[in-house]
Design a protein around this ligand. Structure first.
Ligand SMILES: *Cc1c(COP(=O)(O)O)cnc(C)c1O
Length: 363
């Protein structure tokens, strides 16, 4: 069975050694040595100022909203994983949807300003499939309207923009280290923060507000990363260059083989991308369903990322006209994409996809 992704398992002997060390030390969680090591190594590897590890990417978003004191409304995209929206609603912030740019799949920065009201406190864009948003324009809009910017950068691990980390943009960027992501810690996530004060606040928020042995300084919650998770991250970080290299090769193989009748995401010219997903756009939903059915018959399971467009969620009470997102969500499929996928499988997928889209073209 071939799925859309396959969790990367690092060198087992190395991971087992970490597990032995953790068990021998008896220190299993609470800002342990491996969590601290992983934070330092990630700060250096990614080229960011502060990183705070947390238990997952969804809570990274929720902590970010709390740390920056969001309330009222936040402008965001309907074309993303549900957690971008659900995290806002969970924190009592109303998501206000702005349509996407149909080429980049990211929030259309030309449509943000018309949605700003007196209740707007932030913009929450997503670097969709690791593609960079219009970060400079979004920064400008946020500054001139006194808004916070939180990037859901769950897909943007290790993406560089004009030779610096893309994660440096916004007040906070959040990452997900879920097993399905390029770099993972089983479950996990992180906040990337430039401002020292915000950083100190986040440190308190993730650990019940405890600031010292006898001091509780404000309301907090528990979103700590444990040592077994951190050890997984340390092992995978040792192998990240070969993961990237292999993914780039798979990407190029797909692009070479797949029909020119398909449409692909346009990647921002200013970035070094991370080859995180392989989305393809079909001409309509029927074509997508036919391709999926044929792939499923061969036990190949691509995923409809992202479907449905989130303005259609049953807990969104207002109605939105976000036609580009709505149309894309019905036509887009992420093909199986991971570092160890073999040529034979890729050839099979390419043949099936092409047989449908090229045939449709002739009719
Ligand atoms: C994976 C993902 C999340 C949530 O991360 P978890 O670690 O699974 O909680 C949030 N936003 C986007 C865009 C994601 O893809």
């Amino acid at each position: 069975m071939i799925n859309v992704t396959k969790t990367f398992i690092p060198n087992k002997e190395k991971y087992k050694k970490y597990v032995d060390q953790i068990l021998d030390s008896g220190w299993l969680t609470n800002n342990g040595v491996f969590a601290q090591q992983l934070e330092r190594r990630l700060e250096e590897y990614l080229g960011v100022k502060h990183i705070v590890l947390v238990s997952n990417g969804t809570l990274a978003l929720q902590i970010a909203y709390r740390a920056l004191g969001l309330s009222g409304e936040a402008i965001t995209t309907p074309f993303t994983f549900v957690a971008t929206t659900s995290s806002l609603v969970w924190e009592g912030i109303e998501p206000v949807f702005v349509d996407i740019d149909p080429n980049s799949y990211c929030l259309d920065s030309n449509k943000i300003e018309e949605k700003i009201t007196t209740k707007t406190s932030a913009i929450v864009p997503v670097h969709v499939f690791g593609n960079a948003c219009d970060v400079e324009k979004i920064d400008e809009i946020a500054k001139s309207n006194n808004l916070k910017v939180i990037y859901d950068a769950a897909h943007a691990f290790d993406v560089r923009y004009k030779d610096k980390s893309l994660l440096n943009f916004g007040d906070i960027s959040t990452l997900s280290f879920h097993s399905t992501k390029i770099f993972h810690t089983i479950e996990g996530g992180a906040l990337i923060i430039n401002d020292d004060e915000v950083y100190n606040k986040v440190r308190l928020l993730i650990n019940f507000g405890i600031s010292g042995p006898d001091v509780i300084d404000g309301l907090g919650i528990n979103t700590k990363m444990n040592e077994f998770q951190a050890a997984m991250g340390l092992c995978i970080l040792d192998e990240i260059e070969s993961i990237k290299f292999n993914r780039k090769n798979v990407y190029e193989y797909y692009r070479e083989g797949l029909s020119k009748n398909l449409t692909f995401q346009r990647i921002n010219d200013n970035i070094q991308w991370n080859y995180s997903y392989f989305p393809v756009e079909f001409k309509d939903e029927n074509q997508l369903l036919e391709v999926r059915k044929k792939l499923n018959l061969k036990e190949i399971y691509p995923r409809r990322y992202f479907y449905p467009s989130l303005e259609t969620l049953n807990y969104i009470k207002k109605s939105y006209k976000v036609e580009k997102s709505n149309s894309l969500a019905k036509r887009i499929l992420c093909l199986p994409f991971y570092d160890s996928i073999d040529k034979e499988t890729l050839d099979k997928i390419i043949e099936i996809v092409n047989s449908v889209v090229d045939n449709d073209k002739c009719n």
